[in-house]
Design a protein around this ligand. Structure first.
Ligand code: UDP
Ligand code: MG
Length: 316
C-alpha cells in the first residue's frame, strides 16, 4: 500500500450506540487536533449500532472528509471493531479512543509528545476511574492482578485500549491471525519500546456502558485463556497432590484395619470425598471446555469481521 498523503495521526474510534456522544466527541477532538497542527484522519467503526450512530457518522464524513467511516455488517464487539479499524488506518501513529469521552482527548498531546521522544507505544494508565461502581473497580483490580500473575507476558494493570501505537506496532498487530482478540494482551505481546503516561478516567458523557458483568466475565476468560495455559495445567499438580495424600491415607487405613479390625462408620467421609472430587473433575472439564471452544473458534477460520460499506476510503 503506497501512501502518498500519509497522515501523521489516525484516531480509531469504535462506536456502538454512541449517537448522543458524537457531537461532543468530535468537537473536543477537533479542538485538540487543531492545537497540534498535524495532518490527521479519524477512522470510525460503526459496530452494528442500533441507534443513529451510523447516520451521524456519515453526516460528519460529508462535512469533513478526514472523518472516515467503516460500517460493519453487525455488532462484532469492541475488540474486533478495533481490529477492523487497525486494518484501515494509514497514519504514522494510531490512537484508539472510546467514543464516550471516558478517554480525555487532551491526553492525545501527551501521547504524541512521548511518541516523538522515540517510543513505539505509549499507553495511558488510569490513576482513578470516576463514575464506575465499587464492584466494577474491585473486579477489574482482581482481574488485572490475576492475569498479571498467570500471563506469559506482562500486561500492564489499569490500562485500557487508549494508547498510541506507532505504525510499526500497527503492522505487527495486523499480522496476528487469531480470532480471539484480547487487544490489551496483544498490545503487550508485540513488544517494541513501550512507556506509560497516567490519567484520571472520566465517567461516560452520555449513554450506557455496553459491558455488563456477564460480558466482562467472558472478556476476562478470553484474556486468561489467550495468554495463559496455567488453568489447564494446575490440575495435574492438584491431582498429584490428592493422589499422594490418598496413598498415605490408604496405608493408614490398611494398618488401622490390620491392628484394630474393621469398623464400618465412614459414610460422611465417603460422600464428602466423592462429591468433592466429582466437583473438581467437573471444574477441570469446564476449564478444558473453555479452551476447546476457543480452539474451535480459531479452526473454523471465519473472517474476523465483515464490512457493509465504507466512507472516505475511495483511494483504497
Ligand atoms: N463498543 C463497540 N462495540 C461493542 C461495545 C462497545 O465498538 O460491542 C465501543 C463503544 O462504543 C465505546 C467503547 O467500545 O466507544 C467502549 O465501550 P463502553 O464505554 O461500553 O465500555 P466501558 O468504557 O464501560 O468499558
Ligand atoms: Mg466507556
Amino acid at each position: 500500500m503506497v501512501k502518498q498523503n500519509q497522515p501523521e495521526l489516525s484516531l480509531l474510534i469504535p462506536c456502538y450506540n454512541e449517537a448522543e456522544n458524537l457531537e461532543r466527541l468530535f468537537s473536543s477532538l477537533q479542538l485538540v487536533l487543531k492545537s497540534l497542527e498535524l495532518d490527521y484522519e479519524i477512522v470510525c467503526i460503526n459496530d452494528g449500532s442500533k441507534d443513529n450512530t451510523l447516520k451521524f457518522l456519515i453526516d460528519y464524513h460529508y462535512l469533513d472528509n478526514r472523518i472516515k467511516v467503516i460500517n460493519l455488517s453487525r455488532n462484532f464487539g469492541k475488540e474486533i471493531a478495533m481490529s477492523a479499524g487497525l486494518d484501515y488506518t494509514t497514519g504514522k501513529a494510531v490512537i484508539p479512543i472510546d467514543a464516550d469521552l471516558q478517554d480525555p482527548p487532551e491526553l492525545i498531546i501527551d501521547l504524541i509528545t512521548k511518541w516523538r521522544e522515540g517510543y513505539d507505544m505509549v499507553y495511558a494508565v488510569r490513576k482513578s476511574r470516576q463514575g464506575e461502581s465499587w464492584l466494577k473497580k474491585k473486579t477489574a483490580d482482581y482481574f488485572y492482578s490475576f492475569i498479571g500473575k498467570i500471563s506469559t507476558i506482562p500486561i500492564p494493570a489499569n490500562t485500557g485500549d487508549y494508547r498510541l501505537l506507532d505504525e510499526k506496532v500497527v503492522k505487527a498487530l495486523r499480522q496476528l491471525p487469531e480470532k480471539n482478540r484480547f487487544m490489551k494482551g496483544l498490545f503487550s505481546w508485540v513488544g517494541y519500546r513501550q512507556t506509560a503516561i497516567y490519567f484520571e478516567r472520566l465517567p461516560r458523557y452520555g449513554g450506557k456502558s455496553s459491558f455488563n458483568y456477564w460480558k466482562l466475565w467472558n472478556f476476562a476468560l478470553d484474556g486468561i485463556t489467550s495468554f495463559s495455559s496455567i488453568p489447564l495445567k494446575v490440575w495435574s499438580y492438584f491431582g498429584l497432590f490428592i493422589s499422594v495424600i490418598s496413598l498415605f491415607y490408604g496405608l493408614f487405613l490398611m494398618l488401622k484395619t490390620l491392628i484394630f479390625g474393621i469398623d464400618l462408620p465412614g459414610y460422611a467421609s465417603t460422600i464428602v470425598a466423592i462429591l468433592f472430587l466429582g466437583g473438581i473433575q467437573l471444574i477441570t472439564l469446564g476449564v478444558i471446555g473453555e479452551y476447546i471452544a476457543r480452539i474451535y473458534e480459531e479452526v473454523k477460520g471465519r473472517p474476523l469481521y465483515l464490512i457493509r460499506e465504507t466512507y472516505g476510503f475511495d483511494d483504497r
